[in-house]
Design a protein around this ligand. Sequence first.
Ligand code: DQA
Length: 153
Amino acid sequence: MSPTHIRCISGPNLQLLGMREPDVYGRESLAEIHARLEKRADALGVTIDARQTNHEGTIVDWIGEAPGHGVTGLILNPGAYTHTSIAILDALSAVALPCIEVHLSNPDAREPFRRRSRIAKACVGRVSGFGGDSYELALEGLVRVLARRRSHA
Ligand code: DQA
């Protein structure tokens, strides 16, 4: 059985976490969130590679190459591309890996333009509104989804 390997991708402006609108996104940096994720992944017996880019095409590349890199599941916070990117939706549909959509804030409680997620259709679930904890909760959920799929395989 292949090992569980998860890729976590964060999109534009998330490198600014910690200083970016702390009332909305909290004071934790992305490096701190990634460190937390690695610790939790270790405890859950899975591996994770967590990365960030400001570029839509790079997100599409990282999703498209994921199966070839042994990735078995995705955690994805596409930032503002959540609300616009059909290219990311198509990449997720193409690779058909289980993906959890993640947001630090709760987009549904914000401006109307944040209420539409273009990628939701290709995701098994969404965790939003828990600050940095959203990432860790998404990891927990994804590991359960993957374990369930394995036991039904
Ligand atoms: C976000 C929510 C998006 O609406 C926003 O554009 C972001 C961050 C979040 O994590 O809460 O950049 O994805």
